[in-house]
Structures are given as structure tokens and as C-alpha cells.
Design a protein around this ligand. Sequence first.
Ligand SMILES: *[C@@H]1O[C@H](CO)[C@@H](O)[C@H](O)[C@H]1NC(C)=O
Ligand SMILES: *[C@@H]1O[C@H](CO)[C@@H](O)[C@H](O)[C@H]1NC(C)=O
Ligand SMILES: *[C@@H]1O[C@H](CO)[C@@H](O)[C@H](O)[C@H]1NC(C)=O
Ligand SMILES: *[C@@H]1O[C@H](CO)[C@@H](O)[C@H](O)[C@H]1NC(C)=O
Length: 483
Amino acid sequence: MASPTGYIFLRFLLSGSGFCFLLLFSLEKGHALERREILESHHHTVQISSLLPDSSCKPSPKGANKKSSLKVVHRHGPCSQLSRNKGNAPTLTEILSHDQARVNSMHLRLAFNSGKTSLQDSQVTLPAQSGSSLGTGNYFVTVGIGTPKRDLSLSFDTGSDLTWTQCLPCVSVKSCYQQQQPIFDPSQSTSYSNISCNSTLCSQLNSATGNTPGCSASTCLYAIQYGDKSFTIGFFAQEKLTLTSTDVFNTFLFGCGENNQGLFRGVAGLLGLGRDKLSIVSQTAQKYGKFFSYCLPSMPSSTGHLTFGNNGVPSTVKFTPLSINTQNPSFYFIDLKAISVGGRQLSISPSVFSTTGTIIDSGTVITRLPPAAYGALRTAFRRGMTNYPMTKAVSILDTCYDLSNYTTVNIPKIGFFFSGNLNVDIDSSGILIAATSTQFCLAFAGNNDTSDVGIFGNFQQKTLEVVYDVAGGRLGFGSGGCA
Ligand SMILES: *[C@@H]1O[C@H](CO)[C@@H](O)[C@H](O)[C@H]1NC(C)=O
Ligand SMILES: *[C@@H]1O[C@H](CO)[C@@H](O)[C@H](O)[C@H]1NC(C)=O
Ligand SMILES: *[C@@H]1O[C@H](CO)[C@@H](O)[C@H](O)[C@H]1NC(C)=O
Ligand SMILES: *[C@@H]1O[C@H](CO)[C@@H](O)[C@H](O)[C@H]1NC(C)=O
């Protein structure tokens, strides 16, 4: 199989030979036409209005009738019942600050587990909580918990393992944050039971949460800290989980959160799609074979899907190997090898990517790259955007344009190459992010430290069918996953 480099080179040669052919045998007109075609095939022409928030919900039909499929909804968009009070939607600066808090905590988890830092360091480096609590993980799904079943909307997160929801009575009024749906009351459910401290299940919390479980009146207690001072603490319990009418799990292990604070406002908790034993992926392995897929919609005004099990992989989906980092077995590591901008591969030493590794995460918004890779991406992108006036940076985004005089914008295509000869074109909705109705920024950022892991974030995953074949050790991407 050709390496990604070989592939690009081949494509370059092919388009180059077409170019020569035209030079030799056609008129000037044909030559110009060919050049325009080359240009167009390496650019997206995007309606600026399509990058701006829409006030009405246009749900995607995909997944609605699919077996074992849940609808994925953006928390702050018009399809969300959780954001009824308008004005609650966070600004881009707020989203980016929470995103950075999440990324910092993931980097710390990785550095801590690999012994590069001490817990003391990590406590010192944890950022202070900013005034408002808005929310980590911007997509949610709705599942049923208990008997009778209560519908609860949970942020879905491939970067963590234990599924939890807020539970009554809560330690005190202030120890549960505001959520849209009624808080789950285990005393009203006939299928709820506590896990005892002496159960071997209790000790599994060590790896799933990164914390030693506690014990209260012989009930096992869990605690998770997510960074930015968000945390959940509560009873480790077993309950009936209803994903769809035909997909019911009677003894699902989850956290019944009695003290929950931080960035979760609106949603009832979190659905943990990591790789640990206690994640929903592992707990439902008998039925779904550790196989799930999702598509995140191009805009908050549309919907996507989260589907469990392998009901046939679309033909557009191609795979790259998933690797396990033994120090951090929860995360999904993939092997990013190269990046292209406007059809040209950036010259970045492969060691830049291989020394840090890359994870795919549904909860991180903006893709983080090693500093050298981001620098090369930014330079090439700016070169392709010289027609447009630049403007001030927004938080971690340093490549922003004032497009107030335009209705469409021509942006260079961006491609990611993964091992296994997998070429993923980032959707046109995943390149520029709106800061205001006229200011748009390149939606990528560099890590500060050359040793920090790269993260393939959810803004760049939009519209892709992302397939996690965990048992098969591979991850797939296909186009048009929400269509
Ligand atoms: C665990 O604790 C429960 C309740 O405290 C007790 O009934 C049970 O016998 C204990 N099991 C073991 C294996 O110690
Ligand atoms: C679960 O354990 C907690 C703490 O021991 C206790 O207050 C609660 O009543 C228990 N619930 C059930 C259903 O046993
Ligand atoms: C928009 O166009 C006007 C008129 O040509 C020009 O004066 C102004 O500088 C332009 N603004 C931007 C941000 O490009
Ligand atoms: C990255 O480094 C800059 C300059 O040292 C610093 O201001 C910024 O806070 C750092 N960002 C993160 C996320 O650590």
C-alpha cells in the first residue's frame, strides 16, 4: 500500500501531468480552465450564512429509524429542549475557555499516568473555575434509566468511562446543579440497587475514574474530577438502562451522583464511551460487540446519530488502526501521519506526530495539534486566504478573518492522513468557526508543549460517519454520515 506521502505525491504527479498535457496540446483558454478546476477541487466555496447559527431545528432523518440508534443533539442549538432560556448560549470565548480546561485536564491525565508529573503539580496547574458553568461536551443523547423508565439527556463522551446522572436527594440543595429534566430519584425505581463496598465491581472504579472508591454504610462510592473543577461524587449502583424499546440492559453499572458541580448545566449527566471495563461500550459488549458509530451534525440546528452495534458499515467508510496506550487505556489513540492544505501536503516531520500520538475525542471541540504541525497548517491556510482581511485573535484561535464584505468565502480544503492509507477530508463546516456574524476563525489550535498529545476534536468530525470497531482494533471515517 502507498504511504500517505506517496499518495499525495501520486496525486501531485497526476495533476501535474494533466497540466503538461494541456500546456502542450490545448489553447490558452483550456489551460486557464484546467487551472481553475484544480483550484476549485482544492477549495470549498462556503456561504457565510451557513456558518452562522440558525434559529430553527431541521433534524436529519438519518438514524431515526435505525436499529439501536439514538438522536445526537447539540446542547445549545434550536433542536435542544435543554436550552429553552435563550441568552444561555455561551459565547465562542466561553466555549474555548471550557474547551481548554478539558484539554488541560486530558493532558494532565496523560502526563500524570506516564509519570511525567506528580499529582501535586497537576493540582497546582488545574485552572480556576470561571464564573459561569456552561458545559463540557456539547452533544447529548437521551436514554431511559430505571423502572418506570425516566428519560435523561446525557452528554456523550468518548474521553471518559463511567456513565452517571444526578440523583436525589443530592447531598444538599446546592450539591446538584440545574438540569432541565427532573433529577433521577432512585427511591422511585424498582430496579435500582447499590453496589456494596466489598464487591469486586467496586474496585473496578479505580481504573474507570482514576480515583480510589470510597465507602459509606457499605455502599460503594465513586468520584470523578474532569478538570476546570467539575466533579461528580455519589453511589455506585446498578440500574435498568433502556437505549431503545428493544435494547434494554437490566444490570447497567452507573454513578448515582449526589454531589455534582461544574460544566454540565442542562444535561442530566454523562454517557461514558471510553474503553475501560465500566464504559457503556464494554458493559454492552455482549450485544453490540464493542462497536458503535456516530455522526455529529454540520450545524447545531441539525441532528446526528449515535448507533450501537454493527448494522453494516457504509461503503464510504475506510479504517485506520486504533491503538491502546497501556498507561491510558481509556482513550482512543489513532495514528495521524500528515496534513494537507489546499491539496498540498504540509512538510512536517513525521516524528512531530509520532512522539505525542493523537487521540480522537467527542468532547473536545477544537482539534489540537503539536506546535510545529499547527504552525505549518496556519502558514499554509493564511497563504490560501490572502484575499481576505485578517482581524484580531479570539482566545486560542489566532487566524481570524473579517468577512463583513462577503457572502461567500473560498477556503482551502484540509485533509488528515492516518496510517492505513486513510485520507479524511475535513467537511467545509469544520474549518472556520464563527466568533461573530462577521468574524470567522480557523478552528484549529496548537498545543503549547511539544510533548502534549494531539486531539482530533468534534468540530472537525462534523458530518463524518465515525466508526469505532473497538473489538476489531480499528476506527473508520466516511463522508456524509448525517445525511
Ligand atoms: C458484602 O457486604 C454485604 C453487606 O454488607 C454482605 O451481606 C455480604 O455478605 C458481603 N460479601 C462478601 C463477599 O464479603
Ligand atoms: C444506597 O446506599 C445509600 C447509602 O448507604 C442509602 O442511603 C440508600 O438508601 C441505598 N439505596 C438503596 C435502594 O438501597
Ligand atoms: C469593506 O468594503 C469597504 C468598501 O470597499 C471598505 O472600505 C472596507 O475596508 C471593507 N471592509 C473590510 C473589513 O474588508
Ligand atoms: C500557553 O503558553 C502561553 C505563553 O506562555 C500562556 O500564556 C498560555 O496560558 C498557555 N496556554 C495553556 C493552555 O497552557
